[in-house]
Design a protein around this ligand. Structure first.
Ligand code: CP
Length: 312
């Protein structure tokens, strides 16, 4: 694997899932693969799980890790080509990426969308610049439109927990108090569309995702109907794609224990962080349905499978 920017960089996603599950059982089998190699983790936005799980994955492979918080500790990057840099940006991403590529064998980068300019966000300029100019493999730690490390961990979780070969997986929109990116639901949909599972997306009218990510999924605005007989319920808020970045906060879409009653004893999933009793009620999050901690744990083996594939 050269870069890991999205599922499109993976020849066989289910093989990568199997590799992650193997590494989870034997995390130190390849503990010298990355010796004397450095993973640079660059964050333009906050992170708990991605930062710590990817660091741990690198350690399991013998790598060293350097982490940089761009927003506090480095220069503001320019991402437009050919501009007169007389504004707030101090360093062009072309130069910064080329410099960092000399310090690291692999670079991971996180950069959220502005949610103001859809064309610009969906152009994914920053991560593409890093892939183009750093000269080393680049891992997406969540970009403007996708979060593939999260989706890989989600797929690992489903494969570990499924009770039938082709489970019904439902991704439901949920309310929130802030406008959030579409990266997690886009990515989850994109990865689900590479499986043979039954995949359903449910959201209020006007909250549809970009069609290229929705793909062949069944889409319905009837949450109750969607949840019937579900094996997995993936809960996530996202802001508008059509009315780009628009916040919607409809509390009737919050998932609680009662809503899981008509499922097939569904496992409840969320990428975290989750606002309790806004997105999902305590009674559901603290019930036996919840696999949110397992999901978060699986971030390590998912990242390790990606790093291993890049290093080999
Ligand atoms: N799910 C996830 O990516 O968590 P962090 O934002 O804490 O990394």
């Amino acid at each position: 694997m050269k870069h890991f920017l999205s599922v499109d960089d993976v020849d066989d996603p289910m093989m990568l899932v199997k590799e992650a599950i193997n590494l989870k059982s034997h995390p130190l089998v390849y503990d010298d693969l990355g010796i004397r190699k450095v993973l640079g983790l660059i964050f333009l936005n906050p992170s708990l799980r991605t930062r710590m799980s990817t660091t741990r994955a690198a350690y399991n492979l013998g790598m060293n890790v350097m982490s940089l918080n761009m927003s506090n500790d480095s220069w503001t990057l320019e991402t437009e080509d050919g501009v007169v840099m007389d504004g707030n940006s101090i360093e062009h991403v072309k130069d910064a990426a080329a410099v960092m590529g000399q310090y690291c064998e692999v670079i991971g980068i996180r950069s959220f969308p502005s949610l103001k300019d859809r064309e610009d966000d969906y152009g994914e300029h920053l991560i593409k610049y890093f892939a183009q100019y750093s000269g080393v493999p680049v891992i997406n730690l969540e970009s403007s439109t996708v979060h593939p490390l999260q989706s890989l961990a989600d797929l690992v979780t489903i494969e570990e927990m499924k009770k039938r070969a082709k489970p019904k997986v439902v991704m439901t929109w949920a309310p929130h108090v802030r406008a959030l990116p579409q990266s997690v639901p886009n990515s989850f949909a994109e990865w689900m569309n590479r499986t043979d599972y039954e995949f359903v997306i449910t959201h209020p009218e006007g909250m549809g995702l970009h069609p290229k990510f929705v793909g062949d999924a069944t889409v319905t605005h009837d949450q109750e109907k969607a949840l019937e007989n579900a094996d997995f319920v993936y809960v996530k808020n996202w802001s508008g794609f059509e009315h780009y970045g628009e916040l919607k906060n409809d509390p009737s879409w919050m998932i609680d224990l009662n809503k899981l009653k008509n499922t097939n004893n569904a496992k409840l999933m969320h990428c975290l962080p989750v606002r309790r009793n806004v997105v999902i009620a305590d009674d559901a999050l603290d019930s036996d349905h919840s696999v949110i901690l397992k999901q978060a744990g699986n971030r390590v083996c998912a990242a390790q499978a990606v790093l291993k594939s890049i290093l080999m």
